[in-house]
Each structure stands twice: as structure tokens, then as C-alpha cells.
Design a protein around this ligand. Sequence first.
Ligand code: RTP
Length: 150
Amino acid sequence: MSTEQTFIAVKPDGVQRGLVGDIISRFEKRGYKLVALKMVSPSKEHLEKHYEDLSEKPFFKGLVTYMLSGPIVAMVWEGRDACKTGRSILGATNPLASAPGTIRGDYAIDVGRNVCHGSDGVESAKKEIALWFKPEEVQSYKNAQFDWIY
Ligand code: RTP
């Protein structure tokens, strides 16, 4: 267990459905610290790079088209075990297998419209944060009141 940073994104369907505030709130309430945030409309090339590991998958083209369908809210969250716990806050990739109480388990039924993205490990988080944010866009600050908030 370690203090990590993870890349979390609200995908176009999550933005269009007005779920941004709820998603941010879940991470804040759990005890994670928001260190970067922006709304972006990335290029096709940027999204193909983000999902380059999936380029041979049959759903790749549809996935990129989906991700191009509107703005995305890109974030970096920091805290203990942020990558693994971040993925558990999101729920399983296929929302039909996501537990109730997770973001996807509460809001989605379609793997092709699954609301959010989260890094699947520390190494991919580093790559994704570097792809989506300039170093100066990722903040470093101490929470004002509680030592136990990371
Ligand atoms: P993400 O990167 O978006 O957090 O998702 P993930 O790691 O849980 O899942 P991954 O296998 O990397 O898939 C990336 C995204 O591709 C879409 N997908 N569609 N069978 C399908 O049609 C299919 N499988 C995956 C999903 O939007 C998934 O989040």
C-alpha cells in the first residue's frame, strides 16, 4: 500500500449526463486529494495514443469514436493505493458486472458507454498523467485541516 497518483477521466457520456460532480464527490469523500483537473476535447490521435494497447481490439474504432463524442473531464487523484482503489470506486469495466455502489454499477449498463476511466496500475498512471497533463498542471498542496487526508 503506497501513496500514488492515478488518472481518472469522466468520459463524454458522463459529462453529458451531468455526473461530473458526483464522481468528484465520491473520490473526495473516500479521502483522495484532487491534484489536477481540466475539461478537454482531445484529438483522435491523442485518444489513439491513450488506448494504444487496445489498437488490435475489434471495438477500438468504436471506442475512439465514443471518446470523441464530447468533452472529457480529466483528473489526477492522489492518495493511498489510489490506482487499485480508484478502479474499485469505478467498478468493473463491463457495467453489467459492476457492483451496486460503484460508479458504473450505479449509472451504466453498456460497456461502450461506461462513464469513466481509471488507470489500471502505477506504471500506466504515470504514462497517462504525462499524456494528459503538463507537469505544471499537477498541483502539490497540503490539506488544511486533517493530517489523515492524503
Ligand atoms: P478504461 O481504460 O476505460 O478505464 O477501461 P478498462 O481499463 O476497465 O478496460 P479496457 O479493457 O482498457 O477497455 C477500455 C474501454 O474500452 C471499452 N470497451 N468496449 N467489448 C467491448 O465493446 C469493449 N470492451 C471495452 C470500454 O469503454 C472500456 O472502458
